[in-house]
Every structure is written in C-alpha cells, then in structure tokens.
Design a protein around this ligand. Structure first.
Ligand SMILES: [Zn+2]
Length: 245
C-alpha cells in the first residue's frame, strides 16, 4: 500500500473550500475583502505544499478567523497539528472550535473525538477520558469506546478495559470479537478460570512465575526487549512479541 501523506487530508478539503469561498465571496463581499481571504488561504496551502508547517498554520488560522463558516477546516487544522507531533496546539485549536456557539452537533461530536485523540497524544489521560465520556450517548459512541479501550490499557486499568471490551464485543456481530484482549484482561485481574473459558489453548495459561528471557521483537511495531511480555510495551498489542533466534 502506498502511504498517504496526512498533509493531503488537510489540503484536499482546503482546495474545495477555496473554490467555495471564492464563489461565495464574489456574491457577498467587496473586492478588497475577497482578495484578502483568498490570498490568506492560498498562501496557507502553498506553505503546506512546501512543508513549511509554521507559516501554513499561521496563514490558515488567519483565514479561519476571517471566515466563521470554515469551522470544518479548523477541525482539520487541529488534526494536522497533532499529526505533526504538536498535540498542545491541536488541543488549543479544537478547544477554540468547541467554544463556539454556532457549531453543529455532528461537528461538535467529531471535534470532541479529535480532542480526545489530542489529549491521548499529549499524555493527558484524565482529560481524554472526560472528552470520551461526553460522547457516550452520541452517534460516535462506538468510536469513543474504541479509544477508551486504548486509554484504559495504557493506564493498565484492567477492570475498566474489560468492561469496555465486553461492551464492544456485545455490539459486534463477531462472537469472538476482542477474545484475545478480554482473555488477557481477565488474566491480569487474576480471573484465570474465566480467561480459560475464552481461550482454552492460550500458552499464557501454562506460564511459570518467571518471564521467559532472551531477545524478543514485536511483530506489530518492531519493539525489541530482552524478556517476553504478553503485551508489547511499545504498541500495546497482545501476543505480538516473538523470540529472535
Ligand atoms: Zn509492538
């Protein structure tokens, strides 16, 4: 698969928006104002294409400030900040968007989900949890649960992780959904009998008190370690570490 530069996630809607702005501004604004808004957006896109993200972000923010209709762009810009490794900026942009009174309900919900991702990326787990709680009754409830599962695993909150995994599994058409994860959560909680009912042949059921030593590598993220873990410390996948011969 060819990797897609996340840049395009932002640039494509921008290019559409520019056409839209141009058409709209022609209808309602004087020439000077139109030129200003359009130039700001154009300069922003150009800077993005040159991968000059600082200039791009400044220009895009200026354009968004001038165009209250461009709320979706603001969400994309926040996401772009996060993908560029700037979760604090992403939080700022998404919070500013959520603070607006003229935001639609679907956009509010999807921005909250983005905000939860930002907080996770910044390691601010309690805020991530609060954001996800706000989505419990929303149309994005399932996505919020998926992120909550990730969150609880990172915090090693196994009882909470098990509760969420059970909820997700109950909503899934696949009877064996998340069986591996639920098995390990039960093992972490010392509920071996229930775990064995889920995965009766899992090697963890035969494990001794000491971890298996030797160089291991994760099949998912390449993390290397000198002892075996059931959960990869790098990417949090279960059963991904294998010994290197
Ligand atoms: Zn890994």
């Amino acid at each position: 698969m060819i990797p897609i530069d996340p840049l395009w996630l932002l640039v494509l809607p921008l290019l559409f928006a520019m056409g839209w702005f141009a058409a709209r501004l022609e209808l309602r604004q004087g020439q000077a104002r139109q030129r200003n808004d359009f130039d700001e957006l154009a300069a922003g896109v150009e800077a993005l294409l040159e991968d000059n993200s600082q200039v791009a972000m400044a220009r895009l923010l200026a354009a968004i400030r001038e165009n209250p209709e461009a709320l979706g762009l603001q969400k994309s810009l926040g996401r772009y900040y996060r993908q560029k490794g700037l979760p604090d900026r992403a939080i700022e942009v998404h919070l500013a968007l959520l603070g607006r009174s003229d935001i639609s309900e679907p956009l509010r919900e999807s921005t909250l989900l983005e905000l939860a991702h930002d907080y996770m990326a910044a390691g601010i787990f309690d805020r991530a949890e609060q954001s996800l709680d706000l989505l419990a009754q929303s149309s994005l409830a399932q996505q919020a649960l998926g992120l909550q599962l990730d969150l609880f695993q990172r915090q090693r909150r196994w009882a909470d992780a098990l509760r969420v995994a059970d909820q997700l599994a109950a909503a899934s058409p696949d009877a064996a959904a998340l069986a591996t994860e639920r098995f390990h959560f039960l093992m972490e909680l010392g509920r071996q009998d229930q775990a064995a009912a889920l995965c009766p042949d899992h090697p963890r059921l035969q494990e001794g008190p000491e971890p298996v030593l030797g160089l291991h590598v994760c099949a998912h993220c390449g993390f290397q370690t000198r002892r075996h873990y059931w959960q990869c410390p790098g990417c949090h996948h279960w059963d991904g570490l294998h010994p290197i011969q």
